[in-house]
Design a protein. Sequence first.
Length: 149
Amino acid sequence: MSLVAALIYWVIVCVWSAVLVTVAVAFARYKGTLGTGKLLLIVVTIDTARSVVENIYFGAYFGLQYGLFPVEIAGILGQPFLLFIPKLLNVVAATIVLSLLVFRWLPLTQREKARTEMTVRHISEAFRREVEEHRRLFEASVDPSPALS
């Protein structure tokens, strides 16, 4: 069972690597400005890269415990200051993602909302004018029925 626990990190690395490749391809195909879709791809890329690095580290570390890798590497990966690196990477990734959300995504979303509301107002006003014009035309038209009686 412990070998399965060590190998699960490598399964996670494979799955997250597939996600990273998929996001990279989507990002390369996404042309245009930095919209919400591209911003989402950036956030997913940051978190995916963080997850891949973290799981490679812990996959190697726990893999050493069960003989998947040479024992010499255990002395390096087991050092306390190196165990700190994946956690520091988590803090850096979270800070970057939070900054992107607060300083790019929220303002971008607010601008898109304002543009949508402006478009709705313009369309509503144009529709109201058109209805008013049709109403005036209808009221100004001659009703032939009273003249026939």
